[in-house]
Structure formats: C-alpha cells, structure tokens
Design a protein around this ligand. Structure first.
Ligand SMILES: Nc1ncnc2c1ncn2[C@@H]1O[C@H](COP(=O)(O)OP(=O)(O)OP(=O)(O)O)[C@@H](O)[C@H]1O
Ligand SMILES: [Mg+2]
Length: 307
C-alpha cells in the first residue's frame, strides 16, 4: 500500500489554477522531498494532503484512506510553515495540550518518549518562548509524533534554522525514518539537504509536476557517461599520447593527477583501469560523474522558463 497517493489533483483558487493534474505516490518507508520555487504549489498540495483544503478535482489518499476521513488524519503528523507552538507554555505543556486534542489517555510516557527522540528532555520545563528556532522545529516534530502517526508531513522543516540546528533537525528526521520506521514527506528549498536525506522526489513548478522519481535513478539518467580516474602520480607524456590516440576511450582532459574519460559505447571502466595498471600506473580512485540535484533542478526549471 502506498503511504500517499495523489491522482490528478487540481485546485482552483480564485481565477488561478494553483495545482493542475498533480499525481505522484510516496511509498512506505520513503523520505520524500517535494521541491519547487516560491509559489509553485507545495503548501497547497500539503494542505490538500492533510484534508485542510478540498481539491477542485482529483483524489488523495493516505495509507489507503481518503484524506477527508478521520482514519487518514490519525495516521499523519505534520509541521506546517508556522510551528503553532504556545510561547508562554513549556514544551511539556504544549505536548499535553496536543494529547488532549487527540484524546490520548495517560500520555505522560509518550510525551517523555517524544521529547527524548528530539533531545529536548532537559528543556521540557522551559517556556517555548526561550527556545531557538532549531529547538522549536524539533519540538514541533515531537508534537507531530505524539499520537504515533505512521506518516510525517513537514513543510520546510529546516527553513530559518542555522546550519548546526539544521543538522540536528535532519538527524531527528533520519532517526524517525530509520529507527522508528516512519514515512516522511517534506517540502524544502534546500537541494543539498534533499539530496542528502531523500530517496524519492517530486519537483513542482507553477502547479505542475515536472519531475518525479527515485533520486538515485534520476541522477543516473541525467548524468553523462564521464568518469574520473585519479592516479597517484601524473602520467607520463608518452602514455598520455597513447591514451589520446585510443579514441574509443574518449579521453577528455588531464588535470594534475586526474584523467577524465567519456568512453564510447562498449568500453567498460574496468577496461580503462586495467589498461592503465598494465602500463604501471597506480590508481588512487575512480568515480563516475553524477548529476547533482542542483544541476537537475536548474536544468528543468530552465527548460520551462519562457525565454
Ligand atoms: N487563498 C489563496 N487564494 C488565491 N491564491 C492563493 C491562495 N493561497 C495561495 N495562493 C497562491 O497559490 C500559489 C501556490 O502557493 P503555495 O503557498 O502553495 O506555494 P509554495 O510552493 O508553498 O511556495 P513557498 O515556497 O513560497 O512556500 C501561489 O501563487 C499563491 O499566491
Ligand atoms: Mg509553502
């Protein structure tokens, strides 16, 4: 069963179609990254997912239940753009308040547990107004986890948080995914972050999905066939001339100890390596040049930019 399934969701707000024909699925266990420029429609999608906004057309389900059903809502915890925490209450009091909304009996143990998950137990009795932005985001994550949902939906969870705070928030997200077995859906403008923690992504622009899939596969598909081979010493000129003459190897350049090849079809990287080793060259490392998420993102947005 899919964790999230959006089928041809459209949303008209006033004169504008803010989402048009948005479809994608999030699998259980995914850390899913939802990307797109300001105003693309990420928060609108999230509000529809959470049942806070009705789509004009299309169907959205969470773990098999339509998002309008209470069953679906109970399976989701969320953190929206504004954290909605009470500044003049302590972390513990904020969580108590939330457990009452969910009608949880004897929540003390659970509150203690989620505060531990986000490493805020020692600050549990401090007023949230004294917290840093990073601590607030972690507390908001704890609150989202309180009723033990299977899925977490996070709208820009690290926005406005400093780099070390971002690392802490990411750590919490990774723990929730890997140790607690939760599915995570997050929107983000931080491509580096998404590249690091997400396994599947969708890119939305002006209400339309432009790219969707497994991140590693997308990177492979969009990479050229270039490979870099680093040698312990710069190779000698006669060998360089020989490599150049073997056009099927596609030697592109030599920079210091690094040779870049774009081999022709049928030439395998191990063949190039053994050729070099056979000439007495020592290999320090071999790496395929993969497209970064940033390269993919800007290439796609350029494709659709009116010129
Ligand atoms: N109530 C509304 N009425 C009309 N238009 C709206 C309304 N709410 C949002 N919009 C428009 O819908 C579009 C999508 O907004 P949304 O907040 O979903 O974008 P976003 O991708 O979350 O952007 P950001 O990265 O800035 O958070 C924007 O153009 C916004 O102006
Ligand atoms: Mg938004």
């Amino acid at each position: 069963m899919d964790a999230i399934r959006l089928e041809a969701i459209s949303k008209q707000l006033g004169e504008r179609e803010v989402l048009s024909d948005v479809s994608f699925t999030v699998k259980q266990g995914d850390i899913f990254g939802y990307l797109g420029p300001n105003g693309a429609g990420k928060t609108t999608t999230i509000r529809i997912l959470l049942g806070l906004l009705q789509p004009t057309s299309g169907k959205a389900t969470i773990l098999g239940d339509d998002v309008s059903r209470d069953e679906a809502r109970r399976k989701v915890g969320f953190v929206l753009e504004s954290d909605g925490l009470y500044d003049n209450k302590t972390a513990e009091e904020n969580l108590w308040y939330y457990t009452r909304i969910y009608g949880m009996a004897e929540p003390a143990e659970r509150i203690d547990r989620v505060l531990e998950l986000v490493e805020l137990r020692d600050r549990a009795r401090d007023k949230v107004g004294t917290y840093s932005k990073g601590m607030r985001q972690r507390l908001a994550l704890a609150r989202a986890m309180t009723h033990n949902p299977e899925l977490l939906v996070l709208d820009e969870p690290t926005a406005g948080v400093d780099p070390s705070g971002q690392m802490e928030v990411r750590e919490v997200i990774l723990n929730m995914a890997h140790k607690e077995g939760r599915t995570i859906f997050l929107s983000s403008h931080n491509l580096d972050e998404v590249q690091r923690i997400c396994n599947r992504i969708a890119l939305i622009d002006r209400g339309e999905i432009k790219l969707y899939g497994e991140l590693e596969q997308l990177q492979r598909e969009r990479s050229g066939n270039e490979v870099e081979i680093e040698t312990t010493e710069a190779i000698a000129e006669p060998l360089l001339a020989e490599l150049k003459s073997l056009s099927r190897l596609g030697l592109r350049e030599r920079k210091g100890n690094i040779l870049t090849f774009a081999p022709q079809e049928g030439v395998r990287i191990p063949d190039i390596v053994s050729l070099l080793v056979g000439r007495g060259v020592e290999i320090e490392g071999v790496s395929k040049k993969e497209a970064s998420l940033e390269e993919i993102y800007s290439a796609i947005l350029k494709e659709v930019e009116p010129s």
